[in-house]
Ligand binder design. Structure first.
Ligand SMILES: C[S@@+](CC[C@H](N)C(=O)[O-])C[C@H]1O[C@@H](n2cnc3c(N)ncnc32)[C@H](O)[C@@H]1O
Length: 271
């Protein structure tokens, strides 16, 4: 791939989130027992999320080889389906420790987070073998780069050709927490400039979330969005929205993890 800079010594390396001591603690809190842990809160949100990625990448569209994941965090579940199609995946985030965790997972480091339940779920949808698919994902992840969606070129100072496909899962709403909607629209523009003409944007977004819960306390950490505004921002960034789907979380008085109301999945194309 065309990365011309190493980012090993750059980037934000403080705790991944001020309420978690480490990336591992964050992963354990939100992603252990990942297929079932939200059953009593958001309902079947993780199966829905993986279903959307599966449906998208199992379809007829030509997603090319080169995929950028914006705001990867320390997670790879969002890339399982894509890795069957896109053989060169670059993960990006503002947080160095999150990227280091992805590298550790790719290289099979000690006590690395176990994503096999999610891989098994997706390979079940595909009718493929989960171990070879997990290996395919590890092989497809070629690079990790620092990224700041608030920069005009979010990958600066790295230099990459524009990508065939971009995935952004639950990133911009976090990056724009307390920053307002015009900052969100601007970040969407910056991100979409990294996509080539004819390329695809696959975006998943929290809608209507105002806090998440940790140790019984509520912490604001996302910009509260509605689907209309997200779709308008996408189209103002030069992307034609082709398909959308939504998952409504169950009404609940006392959320266990967050008060997210809806998950939104969008497939767009830079036409
Ligand atoms: C809720 S996490 C989502 C992580 C992962 N995509 C997932 O689906 O679980 C939001 C991610 O956005 C990253 N982020 C926050 N501000 C950012 C920025 N300005 N530019 C790029 N990434 C940012 C955070 O470090 C975090 O990893």
């Amino acid at each position: 791939m065309e990365a011309r800079m190493s980012f090993e010594d750059q980037g934000k390396d403080e705790p991944f989130d001020e309420h978690f001591k480490s990336v591992q603690e964050y992963l354990d809190y939100f992603y252990s027992d990942v297929m079932t842990k939200y059953d009593e809160d958001e309902g079947v949100s993780m199966p829905w999320i993986l279903d959307q990625f599966h449906r998208t990448f199992a379809g007829e569209k030509d997603f090319g080889n080169r995929l950028l994941d914006v705001g990867s965090g320390p997670t790879v579940y969002q890339l399982i389906s894509a890795s069957r199609v896109c053989s060169e995946i670059v993960c990006s985030d503002i947080h160095q420790g999150a990227l280091a965790e992805i590298k550790r997972w790719k290289n099979g480091g000690e006590n690395v987070f176990d994503w096999s339940t999610a891989v098994k779920y997706v390979s079940g949808l595909e009718g493929t073998g989960w171990e070879s698919r997990q290996e395919q994902l590890r092989t497809a992840i070629k690079d990790t780069v620092l990224c700041d969606v608030h920069k005009e070129n979010p990958l600066h100072p790295a230099v990459f050709q524009q990508f065939d496909t971009i995935i952004a899962a639950y990133c911009l709403e976090g990056a724009c927490c307390n920053k307002g909607r015009s900052t969100y629209a601007n970040a969407m523009n910056n991100m979409c400039a990294l996509l080539k003409q004819g390329g695809y944007l696959i975006l998943q977004s929290y809608i209507g979330v105002t806090y998440y819960v940790k140790d019984g306390k509520r912490f604001p950490d996302n910009l509260n969005l509605d689907a209309e505004f997200v779709l308008k921002s996408i189209s103002e960034a030069g992307i034609t929205v082709l398909e959308t789907s939504v998952y409504e979380t169950p009404e609940r008085e006392t959320p266990l993890y967050s008060d997210v109301k809806t998950l939104l999945h969008v497939i767009g194309k830079k036409i």
